[in-house]
Design a protein around this ligand. Structure first.
Ligand code: DGJ
Length: 514
C-alpha cells in the first residue's frame, strides 16, 4: 500500500475532500487512510448514518484508490473526543477514567461494559455495512481499531474499579501466555518479570514489581481486552484485517509522560495475548529515528505497516526502506492532502518508482533477495550516513550515500542538524535505495543519491566486476532500457551510481574474475 493518511477532519466533509483527490493522485498513492468518526456515524444512539462513508468509497473507486479506514471510536490519541454527544454527556452510564485525585478524565473507562457495548455495536454496524457495500469489490482493505490508544498524563486509571482490579491476581490468560512465550517475550517485559522473581501467579505488583511500568502493563491488558472485543464484534460481521497504532516514546520518558499502555514494542506480548483479533501492531513514526522504530516493530515477527509518519522529503526513502528492508505492507505519511505541488514532491517520485517495481518487490518479499538502505538518524537528528554493507545473492555490496561526511566525521556524527530533535529530516538530503536480486548475478538497484560497489563475500574469492548496467523503467511489468551506462556513469566500471534529486532504476549484471 503506497499510502497517505488524511488529516483528522478532512473526511468529515466530502465537499472539502473532493478537490484534494487530484493531490493524492499526483502523489501516486494507491491507498488512502481515512477516519470514520463515531460521533458522525451514530449521532443518535442506535441510528447509523454511513452516507459520507459511502461517498468516500465511491470517490476512492473513481480515483482508482483503495482505502484503509480508521475507527475513531472510544479513543483517539488517548482521549475520547470522537464519542457521540449522547455518550459524552451521560457520564453516569458511560464512565470515564479518573486521575489519582478522583477527577474524571475525557477518556472512556475500559472497565465499563456500557462503554464497550456501545463502541462494539457501532463498530459491528460499520463492518456489517462495509460487507454489504464493499464485500465484493474490496475497496476497503483493512481497518484500524481506535487510534493511538493509551493513558496520559497518568499511566493508569485510578477509579475504584481500576484500583480493585489492580489489587487482584494477573489474569490467568496473560500468565499462561507469558509462560508459553517466555523465550520470545519483548526483552523489556522479560526483564521486568524476571527481576520481580519470574512468578507464575500473584497480583500485578507481585508479578511485575511496584512502579509506573506495572501500572502501564495493567492498563495495556485492559485497554487491549476492550479493543479485542470491539475488533471481534466487527470481524464477526466482516473479517477484514485489523490493526492498532501507537504513539511512540521520547527517550527517557516514563509511563504517564507518553501515551502509555498502547501497542508499543515493550508491550507487544500483552497486546497479543489480550487481542488475538488484532492482526498486527503499527508504529506512528514522527520521530527522526525511523530505522530504530521500524526495527523494534518487526523484531518479534510483527508484520510492518506504518499508518502514520511525519510528512517530509524523507518520506520518499522511508517508504523504500520500510518496504525493501522490512517487507512492509504499506507506508503512509500523515496529512497527505496538505502537500503543495505534489508532482514535485520526492514521495511522488518514489511511489512512482515503487509502482514500476511492485511485481518484483512482491515476489521478493519474505525471501532473502531484497534489501534497502537509508542513512540512520538518531532521535536528536544526528545523521549517520556512513557506508552500509549488504550481502545479497552471494555478493557483498557497499552502499555509500552521496554527500556523506568523510569517514572520520561519521564516527562522531554529533553536529547535524541545526533544527534539533523534532525534524532531523527537514534539512537532510534525501538518499536511499532498494536492491533486488533478479538472478545470481543480476540486480535491480533503484533509489536516489547512492553509490554501490561490489565485492566477493569472502576475501580471496573471485572479484566482482560490472558486466553491464542499463538505466530504464518497468513498463507494464517489462523492462524498458533507456540508456546503456558505462564510462563516466559507472566510474569506468567501478560502481553503480544513482543520481541525487531524482529516483531512478538500473538493471545491473555482474561477473567474476581473478
Ligand atoms: C497522531 C494521531 O494518530 C493523528 O490522528 C494526528 O493527531 C497526528 N498525531 C498529528 O500529528
Amino acid at each position: 500500500m503506497l499510502g497517505g493518511e488524511l488529516g483528522n477532519s478532512s473526511a468529515s466533509s466530502l465537499d472539502y475532500l473532493r478537490p484534494l483527490w487530484t493531490t493524492l493522485r499526483a502523489l501516486r498513492l494507491n491507498t488512502v487512510l481515512a477516519p470514520v468518526y463515531w460521533e458522525l456515524v451514530e449521532p443518535t444512539e442506535g441510528r447509523y448514518n454511513f452516507a459520507t462513508l459511502d461517498t468516500l468509497i465511491r470517490d476512492a473507486r473513481a480515483n482508482n484508490m483503495r482505502l484503509v479506514l480508521l475507527w475513531f471510536g472510544s479513543w483517539k490519541n488517548s482521549m475520547s473526543s470522537y464519542a457521540p454527544s449522547w455518550v459524552k454527556t451521560n457520564q453516569a452510564r458511560f464512565p470515564r477514567t479518573e486521575a489519582t485525585r478522583g477527577q474524571g478524565q475525557e477518556i472512556l473507562s475500559p472497565f465499563s461494559d456500557a462503554n464497550l457495548q456501545a463502541d462494539a455495536r457501532a463498530f459491528a454496524a460499520l463492518l456489517r455495512h462495509l460487507r454489504a457495500v464493499d464485500g465484493a469489490r474490496h475497496t476497503v482493505l483493512m481497518v484500524q481499531v481506535e487510534n493511538e490508544i493509551g493513558m496520559i498524563p497518568e499511566a493508569r486509571d485510578h477509579s475504584a474499579i481500576a484500583d480493585s482490579l489492580f489489587a487482584q491476581p494477573v489474569p490467568t490468560a496473560l500468565m499462561t501466555y507469558l509462560q508459553a512465550h517466555r523465550d520470545s517475550l519483548a526483552p523489556e517485559l522479560r526483564t521486568r518479570w524476571d527481576s520481580a522473581g519470574g512468578k507464575s501467579l500473584g497480583t500485578w505488583e507481585t508479578v511485575f514489581g511496584h512502579g509506573l511500568h506495572t501500572d502501564e502493563l495493567f492498563m495495556a491488558w485492559h485497554l487491549a481486552r476492550y479493543t479485542e472485543r470491539v475488533a471481534a464484534a466487527g470481524k464477526a460481521e466482516y473479517p477484514l484485517p485489523m490493526f492498532v497504532n501507537a504513539a511512540l516514546i521520547r527517550p527517557g520518558y516514563l509511563p504517564g509522560r507518553y501515551v502509555s499502555a498502547g501497542p508499543l514494542p515493550h508491550l507487544i506480548d500483552v497486546w497479543r495475548a489480550a487481542a488475538p483479533s488484532i492482526d498486527f501492531l503499527s508504529p506512528d513514526i514522527y520521530f527522526p529515528n525511523f530505522v530504530e522504530w521500524a526495527m523494534k516493530y518487526v523484531r518479534s515477527g510483527n508484520p510492518l505497516f506504518i499508518p502514520e509518519a511525519r510528512l517530509s522529503p524523507q518520506s520518499a526513502v522511508q517508504a523504500l526502506y520500510a518496504i525493501g528492508a522490512h517487507n512492509a505492507m504499506g507506508f503512509s505519511p500523515f496529512a497527505i492532502e496538505s502537500v503543495r505541488e505534489p508532482e514535485r514532491h520526492p514521495l511522488a517520485r518514489s511511489y512512482e518508482m515503487i509502482t514500476q517495481l511492485s511485481a518484483l518487490i512482491l515476489a521478493a518479499q519474505g525471501r532473502a533477495t531484497m534489501a534497502a538502505v537509508m542513512p540512520v538518524v538518531a532521535f536528536d537528528g544526528a545523521v549517520n550516513d556512513a557506508p552500509q554493507r549488504i550481502e545479497l545473492a552471494g555478493f557483498a555490496l557497499t552502499v555509500t550515500f552521496e554527500g556523506a561526511a568523510p569517514a572520520a566525521a561519521n564516527a562522531n556524527p554529533g553536529a547535524i542538524p541545526a533544527d534539533g530533535a523534532s525534524s532531523g529530516s527537514a534539512t537532510q538530503a534525501v538518499r536511499g535505495g532498494i536492491i533486488i536480486a533478479l538472478a545470481p548475478d543480476e540486480f535491480i538497484i533503484a533509489g536516489t543519491g547512492i553509490v554501490v560497489t561490489f565485492a566477493p563475500v569472502t576475501t580471496g574469492d573471485p572479484l566482482a566486476g560490472i558486466l553491464s548496467a542499463q538505466e530504464g523503467r518497468y513498463v507494464d511489468g517489462r523492462w524498458a532500457p533507456t540508456r546503456w551506462l558505462n564510462g563516466d556513469q559507472t566510474h569506468q566500471g567501478r560502481h553503480i551510481r544513482l543520481e541525487p534529486n531524482e529516483f531512478s532504476v538500473q538493471r545491473v549484471k555482474l561477473y567474476r574474475y581473478r
